[in-house]
Design a protein around this ligand. Structure first.
Ligand SMILES: NC(=O)c1ccc[n+]([C@@H]2O[C@H](COP(=O)([O-])OP(=O)(O)OC[C@H]3O[C@@H](n4cnc5c(N)ncnc54)[C@H](OP(=O)(O)O)[C@@H]3O)[C@@H](O)[C@H]2O)c1
Length: 257
């Protein structure tokens, strides 16, 4: 089965695509022939990526400014995704996220709110906005939430992040249950550690290197190793899957206790 071919002509909205995994997913989707709309706060990075994608043969690539912590920005972005003759939205990828690496006793209310607002409240509001578009148009839709194995297990010094991602896992199941009758599927991808800006500093430190030793495969992943599960979950190849939580982690979740 050619998973990529199933994305041809589909309109996919990817948040947090100004770097890291989101940028990688946007390139992957555009390469499959999807009409990709990318969003984040750093619009200059988005515009550069759109230019590159169009030059590489993806004429429908577009950028939309978005701060997922800001309700008005979410409303404007969701309107812009389908404005100016753009095709109706088919897939929302809630990928934008932030990490915080303080021990719990040092977590201020501001840090807690920033992580929750970005990782949980934003994806909730975006999902609801997308679901309203699909329900009102009588169209099916797909939502992929990029959670984390830290939504399923715990680690020290990543409290708010782990709590937010556990919320994303539960949100995925709640929305899958409520929206199945509208033809809207909601699934989550839980990557293990994949080297990007979000964790580069951490894996340079001894604590990061210690963690790698506890991963059964003894290595962190590459973005390319998420391509298979990602394309499965955003395409109709997963037509019977909703409320599914899919890990891609080198076996980290089954590490020995
Ligand atoms: N890398 C890993 O090992 C790993 C493992 C498990 C899960 N994940 C998850 O994968 C997703 C992507 O992570 P990454 O590693 O690619 O991180 P990254 O390289 O730091 O990229 C994060 C992206 O999120 C965007 N973002 C952050 N705050 C935002 C906001 N308020 N509004 C809109 N966009 C915002 C950033 O863009 P701007 O700054 O331009 O807004 C950036 O494009 C996250 O949800 C993360 O939790 C990553």
């Amino acid at each position: 089965m050619d998973l990529g071919a199933r994305l041809k002509g589909r309109h996919v909205f990817v948040t947090g695509a100004s770097g890291g995994l989101g940028e990688h997913f946007a390139r992957l989707l555009a390469g499959c022939g999807a009409a990709v709309t990318i969003a984040a706060r750093r619009v200059d990075k988005l515009e550069a990526l759109v230019g590159e994608l169009r030059e590489a043969g993806a004429p429908h690539a577009r950028a939309v400014p978005l701060d997922v912590t800001d309700e008005a920005s979410i409303a404007a972005a969701m309107a812009a995704v389908v404005a100016d003759g753009a095709p109706p939205l088919d897939v929302l990828v809630n990928n934008a996220g932030v990490a915080a690496s303080e021990p719990a006793v040092d977590v201020t209310a501001d840090i807690f709110d920033r992580v929750m607002d970005t990782n949980l409240r934003g994806p909730w509001l975006l999902s609801v906005a997308a679901a309203r578009q699909w329900r009102d148009a009588g169209r099916p839709g797909v939502i992929l939430n990029v959670a984390s194995i830290l939504g399923l297990r715990v680690g020290k010094g990543v409290g708010p992040y782990a709590v937010s991602k556990a919320g994303v896992v539960q949100m995925t199941k709640v929305l899958a249950l409520e929206w199945a009758r509208h033809g809207i599927r909601v699934n989550a991808l839980c990557p293990g550690f994949v080297l990007t800006d979000i964790n580069r500093d951490f894996f340079d430190k001894p604590a990061g290197q210690q963690i790698v030793k506890r991963i059964p495969m003894r290595r962190i992943g590459t973005a390319e190793e998420l391509d298979g599960p990602f394309l499965l979950l955003v395409s109709d190849a997963s037509s019977l899957m909703t409320g599914s939580i899919v890990a891609a982690d080198g076996g980290h979740l089954v590490s020995e206790l």
